[in-house]
Design a protein around this ligand. Structure first.
Ligand code: HEM
Length: 212
């Protein structure tokens, strides 16, 4: 019988059980909850900001009309979603960096990206959902959702791709209404997550555009 084992090359390069476990945990903790939370905020903010939703719909429908129904989205399609890729919410509620404190060896320091994104000394109308606000070239590094520098999120491009595919499917196939306007945030979550879980009413708008 032919050997159907998939070779991983040099055995000494294989991952240990411990490393495999770490990678799985990374996917679940760093990868899944973050993306799920970001998508929840997108659904909420888009429902509350119909003018933004209209611009997004125009981009997504023009893309859907250009390609055949039921075809998969390609990388080029994702690159054509320039407005949609800005619809990335302010998330990650973490504790603030207090410069008054001495930072001891071994401490973990987290930048409170959400407070920076909502800082009125940096942005006009910080509470307004303006997806293009981070385009301002005079304010480099102002979008901190994925971190910056040497430890920038490793899954950033994967997360963006997942969010864009989700947005495309949602916007071109369904309309939705958030049915619980409670905006209170779970107190002990690592990043900003709605207590209500953001329940929505969803209705199909058209059958001819179904893509994945
Ligand atoms: C919307 C979704 C996501 C958000 C908002 C997010 C955000 C972040 C942030 C703020 C950091 C810390 C950066 C720093 O310390 O400066 C980080 C690190 C990291 N993220 Fe994500 N992330 C997301 C999705 C993902 C996904 C899908 C994966 C993997 C499948 C992932 C894997 C990682 C890893 C491995 C690190 C550690 C990088 C390092 O320390 O070198 N993330 N992420």
């Amino acid at each position: 019988m032919e050997d159907d084992h998939i070779s991983c090359g040099d055995e000494s390069q294989s991952l240990s059980d411990e490393q495999i476990k770490d990678n799985i945990l990374t996917m679940i903790i760093a990868g899944q909850d973050t993306t799920a939370s970001a998508i929840t905020w997108m659904v909420k903010y888009l429902d509350e900001n119909q003018e933004v939703l209209e611009i997004l719909k125009a981009e997504q429908f023009s893309l859907a009309e250009k390609s055949s129904p039921n075809s998969f989205l390609s990388l080029e399609d994702l690159n054509d979603m320039s407005y949609s890729s800005k619809v990335s919410p302010k998330l990650r509620l973490r504790y603030a960096l207090q410069t008054r404190y001495k930072i001891k060896k071994g401490w973990n320091i987290n930048i409170d990206a959400r407070s920076i994104h909502l800082d009125p000394t940096v942005y006009n109308d910080p509470d307004k959902f303006i997806p293009s606000r981070f385009d301002d070239e005079s304010k480099p590094y102002s979008f901190l959702g994925f971190g910056q520098g040497g430890r920038t999120c490793l899954g950033m491009n994967l997360a963006r791709a997942m969010m864009l595919v989700f947005l495309h499917r949602l916007v071109t196939t369904y309309k939705w209404k958030v049915i619980d306007s409670d905006s209170s945030i779970e107190q002990w979550a690592l990043f900003a997550r709605l207590k209500s879980g953001c329940p929505v009413h969803v209705a199909r708008i058209r059958d001819d555009v179904v893509r994945s």
